[in-house]
Design a protein around this ligand. Structure first.
Ligand code: GLC
Ligand code: GLC
Length: 818
């Protein structure tokens, strides 16, 4: 069953009924002001940090799930009844409801009783505000007397404090209302120099700023007393729950249309000029007024919307493909790239599953996210790399997370997730391949943000490798520390106290438990270092040779063959007692996905047949029609020696769900062994668009990846959870574009090496790489995937096309597969 459809030409997903299985959301904003918006106008907004500068309030775990948002109500003053044109919160039955989620904007429209209302929500580039552009048309053949009410509930800034510290918060709320603009100024009197505002383009017939005055006691957003009575109360909030609500009275003739603009924004004043007049307690509004005036103007608002569209045209224009599969096309050309940008902006902070108060930016996560967006915003990727590297520790290890506002490592979680440093190597390699900006390696970057410790970024990478060399276990495999990629495989934890963190509790020495996954990752990152070392040297700086790194990769590969191979697949780990994890010998959890994918993608087992064997085992034991599960058999009870992984019921999260993040590793591995059909098949099993038909099972948005899909052991097999902010975005994007379609940035140029199914006749693509547009046509001339390239009409050697030295800005490439 479907709840909408893709409108690829507009780059929109159009939801055609409001009661989607879960709220289906979109994101607004791409710089400092961000907002989440659901298909029924729910969600919230914040400036930079979802915890510390929350602008509007939202309650997680609510019933209904999605309540609170950017609400508009229309009231028919002749009849006395009212409704929400976005369905929520009144849930009045509407005609022609639609929600169009697009690139950085959402348009929600409906008709009720001959009144058409459509609202476009977006954040203009370069501004800290959101625009709600409402268009109302009277389609009746009589004149209508209408009132429009807006409503937004302010958050008292620190979202964690806002939802806990009520004895204080019920007293601090303050607002000002001037010229119809509602200013939320809680704590402005003391240490804050910033405020929020809610403005409207029309003359008001009233307003409210105290929630209880608007809703009435014992009422919720679905039946505010003010709507019942038809008149705002002009309430001023003192403490309690400040809100913003405008009331506009309209009389519309038959066929008449009216446009109204609302602005919800954030503004900071210079500390010394907070008040106007100085010495008063009144907000200085000189700075904000011109901004408000500008965007309340329809021409400027429309212009800002056009600029936003061109911005996305440009970002998505970096790679566009036309393949025989519509799900591939739409995810590559639109939604997967878009999701990669959202994960860049949000990391794991704010979604309907991440509360915005929990987590900072993950070191591991952010480095991997970069693989998916570096081609769209290389300068911002560069900065992200330098920020991440600045939190690295002198040992080469890394804080597991850092806080985006301070860019400091997070002490509560600390370090010792032993895979972390290697992701930095992969991210830097991806960045240089895309941009050829080798200078980044010379950048002086501190350790642990201590300026006196600055070293070239290259040395940070060397220390990433050294970190593992200093932490080898009894079998010569890397020690796992608190966890590796699988945060929930906690082999040094042994926690039997409820509520204790599995990630930070460590008992014992940590000198025994080893990870085969990190071994595979180590092979990958040392091979990257070998390639970097071949091409980069800095006079007077001690750097290890390419040969050194190659030897490390070789030696680790040998160790994996000796101690990391179980006979039919790669082992997962050794626990703190030296027992195997992910072995046929185990009672449960006999086989895990991570080492099968990652070892092979690093090249381990390609030479001796282990790779194919491991992938066949994964296919037999782990693959389901909804994707490849993390492990089998699922853990049916809690294992003290394994940690959080066995805390989840069977089929959920790390305990044998489909993790959409690591499925791509297996897809790339299948590409490496030349198994095109299987790679694409796995890809399509979790491709959100391909799962749209089964939306009632999948339940999450059909346009973005979710972190997990319930595994075969779960009663809800196929149900997705935790959509949007997941490493699944970057890895699926990398897999389909660079490995299956095979359009791959390399150190020396753009490589064209598709591994596509035999039944695909070919495809076309346009890729902007280092400023040059490559127009690529792939044609199948035989059943295999060997490539012959014809570049600008001439047969070329190999499959890598260097950027032309003669300044040509477009290259035509024909790739013949046979
Ligand atoms: C979550 C974490 C990620 C981890 C994964 C597997 O997605 O953000 O860092 O690798 O879970 O545990
Ligand atoms: C929980 C989640 C896991 C995540 C970890 C770190 O353990 O299950 O996916 O990576 O928290 O926040």
């Amino acid at each position: 069953m479907k709840y909408g459809y893709f409108d690829d030409a507009q780059r929109e997903y159009v939801i055609t009924r409001p009661d989607t299985p879960l709220p289906w959301i979109n994101y607004l904003g791409s710089e400092e002001y961000f907002a989440l918006i659901s298909n029924t106008a729910g969600g919230y907004s914040f400036y930079k940090d979802a915890r510390l500068r929350r602008i509007s309030r939202y309650r997680y775990n609510n019933a209904p799930f999605d309540l609170g948002g950017r609400y508009l109500y229309l009231r028919d003053n002749d009849e006395g009844h009212y409704w929400s044109p976005s369905w929520q919160p009144t849930q009045t039955e509407l005609q022609d409801y639609s929600c169009r989620h697009g690139m950085g904007y959402t348009i929600i429209g409906s008709t009720y009783n001959g009144i058409r209302a459509e609202t476009r929500y977006f954040v203009p580039l370069g501004e800290n505000l959101e625009i709600w552009q409402l268009s109302i048309t009277n389609q009746r053949n009589t004149s209508t007397d209408l009132s429009v009410f807006s409503a937004v509930e302010f958050c008292l800034w620190d979202a964690a404090d806002d939802s806990t510290n009520f004895q204080r918060n019920f007293n601090t709320g303050q607002v000002e209302v001037e010229d119809g603009v509602i200013y939320h100024k809680t704590e402005y009197r003391e240490r804050r120099d910033h405020f929020a505002y809610f403005a409207c383009s029309e003359k008001l017939s009233g307003f409210d700023t105290q929630r209880e005055a608007f809703l009435g006691p014992y009422r919720s957003w679905d039946r505010p007393i003010v709507l019942e009575q038809g008149q705002s109360t002009n309430s001023i909030a003192y403490g309690w729950q400040p809100i913003g609500s405008h009331c506009i009275r309209l009389s519309l003739k038959p066929g008449e249309n009216k446009q109204i603009i609302f602005l919800l924004g954030y503004f900071e004043n210079p500390k010394a000029q907070k008040f106007d007049p100085p010495g008063s307690q009144t907000i200085n509004k000189r700075g904000v007024k011109p901004v408000i005036a500008k965007y309340l103007n329809k021409t400027d608002a429309d212009k800002a919307f056009e600029s936003l569209k061109s911005y996305w045209d440009q970002l998505l224009g970096v790679l566009q493909v036309q393949t025989p599969d519509e799900h591939v096309n739409r995810m590559v050309n639109i939604w997967n790239a878009y999701q990669c940008m959202v994960t860049f902006n949000m990391s794991r902070s704010a979604s309907l599953y991440e509360s915005g108060i929990g987590r900072g930016l993950g070191f591991r996560d952010s480095n991997q996210d970069l693989l998916g967006f570096v081609q769209m915003v290389p300068e911002r990727a560069r900065q992200r790399i330098l920020d991440l590297a600045s939190t690295q520790l002198p040992s080469g290890g890394a804080y597991h997370q850092y806080q985006p506002m301070t860019k400091r490592g997070n002490n509560d979680i600390g370090s010792n997730f032993n895979d972390d440093p290697h992701w930095l190597v992969l991210a830097v390699a991806a960045y240089i391949r895309e941009t050829s900006d080798w200078n980044i390696l010379d950048e002086l970057v501190p350790y642990d943000n201590r300026p006196e410790s600055r070293m070239p970024l290259y040395e940070h990478l060397q220390r990433s490798i050294q970190y593992t060399l200093d932490r080898m276990g009894p079998h010569g495999l890397p020690l796992i520390g608190r966890a590796d990629w699988n945060d929930c495989l906690n082999l040094n934890c042994f926690s039997d106290t409820p509520g204790e963190s599995f990630q930070t509790t460590t008992t014992g020495s940590g000198n025994v438990a080893e990870s085969v996954f990190i071994a595979g990752l180590f092979v990958m990152s040392t091979l990257e270092m070998a390639q970097i070392a071949e091409r980069y040297s800095k006079p007077g700086f001690e750097s290890r040779s390419s040969t050194f790194y190659k030897k490390l990769a070789n030696d680790m590969t040998t160790t994996i063959y000796q101690h990391g191979w179980d006979g039919e697949w790669f082992l997962r780990a050794y626990d703190a007692l030296g027992q195997k994890v992910g072995s046929a010998e185990c009672e449960e959890g006999k086989i895990y996905i991570e080492p099968q994918g990652f070892c092979v993608l690093a090249g381990v087992g390609l030479e001796n047949g282990y790779a194919k064997k491991a992938l066949d085992s994964a296919n037999k034991q782990l693959a389901t029609k909804h994707g490849i599960v993390v492990l089998q058999p699922a853990y049916s009870r809690y294992y003290l020696n394994l940690g959080e992984i066995s805390s989840y019921p069977e089929g959920y999260k790390e305990n044998a769900s489909v993790f959409c993040h690591n499925n791509p590793w297996v897809m790339i591995a299948e590409v490496k062994v030349g198994n095109a059909d299987r790679a694409l098949d796995y890809y399509l099993r979790i491709n959100p668009s391909a799962r749209e038909e089964a939306a009632e099972i999948h339940r999450c948005e059909p346009y973005v990846y979710a972190q997990t899909i319930a595994g075969r052991d779960a009663p809800t097999h196929g149900e997705a959870k935790n959509s949007w902010l997941t490493g699944a975005a970057a890895w699926n994007y990398v897999t389909i574009t660079q490995w299956i379609l095979g359009i791959r940035p390399t150190w020396d140029g753009l490589q064209i090496a598709p591994v596509i199914p035999a039944h695909w006749p070919g495809f076309t693509a346009s890729r902007i790489f280092r400023g040059v547009t490559y127009q690529i046509t792939v044609k199948r001339t035989g059943p295999g995937n060997n490539v012959n390239l014809i570049v600008d009409g001439k047969a070329a050697d190999g499959n890598i096309i260097a950027v032309p030295k003669d300044g040509r800005k477009t290259i035509t490439v024909e790739a013949l597969l046979k």
